[in-house]
Design a binder for this molecule. Structure first.
Ligand code: DAH
Length: 341
């Protein structure tokens, strides 16, 4: 028995000696094999000592085995710390933090803002939560109009609404400036009760307003053409279609020629799949209604103006030919999608 205890003691001693001399992962792995491996010292004890004759022997070996396991675990911890602090290779390149980029919609907004700035339009940011007066009543929109229906529009209160268009900026601007000339864009978020692959409850619009003496439809056409040619390209044409909006008279819907079929509506005698007619709808516009001018404190006998309101996502898709199976991808925060732009 004494010789057995001596053997165990030797192993303990051996272990302590080995542990204190380990400075690499390889040395550590070998130590584990030496003591606990299949052919290791512990297993050799089980194989070579007369364990069947004396039940005390396996007990002693197992106690030693647990001791070894505990010490090896402790060493594993201290070694990994040691390796971490001593093995920094200062010549390695640093780790770059992930780089952000400007969101596709923000890029479009900046581009739109800059084009109108070149014509002298100031960019304003009018409320996205507004009273019914600025949103509807003051814009000549009657009580029974669908835009005031709470099936279509998010009302926070009877009188407070999440604006479904950016046209509310018109009256704010007239109040702010008091006297023409007025030249502004109001670019912001708009909200409607809609959600499917081609509609999102939140989207962006850009509103333009120009009021001065002797402003006519030709100014509206000129500004629209400037925007369309700057944003989409010199080869794109503009056309006005009569339409109806409460806050403009006359009102129009503005179309731009389709770039896929070059405004012909056909490619090789087949109908263009993108536009079907040669034209794509940009959005609404018109000459500011005299009632709206009056509501903004401006004399319609002295001044006239035009306004327009177009969708940011819409122009972005029209320009880039970007075909999203689901528009809502633009508003998801899926980096795999966003990183493409
Ligand atoms: N507010 C309209 C809409 O959201 C768009 C619009 C039409 C804006 C005509 C205007 C305008 O300023 O003159 O559908």
């Amino acid at each position: 028995m004494e010789t057995i205890e001596n053997r165990l003691k030797d192993i303990r001693h051996d272990l302590d000696h080995d542990l204190s001399n380990i400075h690499s992962q390889e040395e550590f792995d070998q130590l584990k094999i030496k003591f606990l491996g299949r052919q290791g010292l512990i297993n050799t004890l089980f194989k070579t000592l007369p364990i069947k004759d004396n039940p005390e022997i396996p007990k002693l070996i197992n106690i030693l085995k647990s001791e070894i396991e505990v010490k090896i675990d402790q060493k594993s911890l201290s070694l990994s710390q040691e390796l971490r602090t001593t093995s920094i290779d200062v010549t390695l390149p640093g780790i770059n933090p992930p780089q952000g980029s400007v969101h596709l919609i923000t890029q479009a907004i900046e581009e739109i803002e800059n084009i109108f700035a070149r014509l002298g339009f100031i960019r304003r940011r009018y409320p996205e939560v507004d009273t019914d007066w600025y949103y509807a009543e003051g814009l000549n929109i009657p009580k029974d109009h669908p835009a005031r229906d709470d099936q279509e529009t998010f009302y926070l209160d009877k009188n407070i609404v999440l604006t479904a268009h950016t046209s509310n900026g018109q009256l704010h601007e007239m109040e702010l400036m008091k006297h023409p000339p007025i030249k502004m864009t109001n670019i912001g978020k708009t909200y409607r009760r809609q959600t499917d692959a081609t509609h999102n409850p939140m989207f962006h619009q850009f509103e333009g307003l120009l009021i001065d003496k002797d402003i006519s439809i030709t100014h509206l056409i000129g500004v629209t053409e400037y925007f369309v040619k700057s944003y989409f390209g010199l080869d794109r044409e503009v056309r006005l279609r009569p339409h109806h909006f409460q806050f403009t008279e006359p009102s129009f819907e503005i179309d731009i020629s389709c770039d896929i079929c070059q405004g012909k509506g056909k490619i090789n005698d087949k109908r263009c799949k993108i536009c079907k007619s040669g034209w794509l709808e940009l959005g609404g516009a018109g000459m500011v209604h005299p009632n709206v001018l009056r509501n903004g404190g401006i004399d319609p006998e002295k001044y006239s103006g035009f306004a327009f309101g177009w969708g940011v996502e819409r122009v972005l898709m029209m320009k880039s030919g970007l075909k999203l199976p689901d528009l809502r991808q633009l508003f998801s925060d899926d980096l795999r999608f966003l990183k493409q732009f």
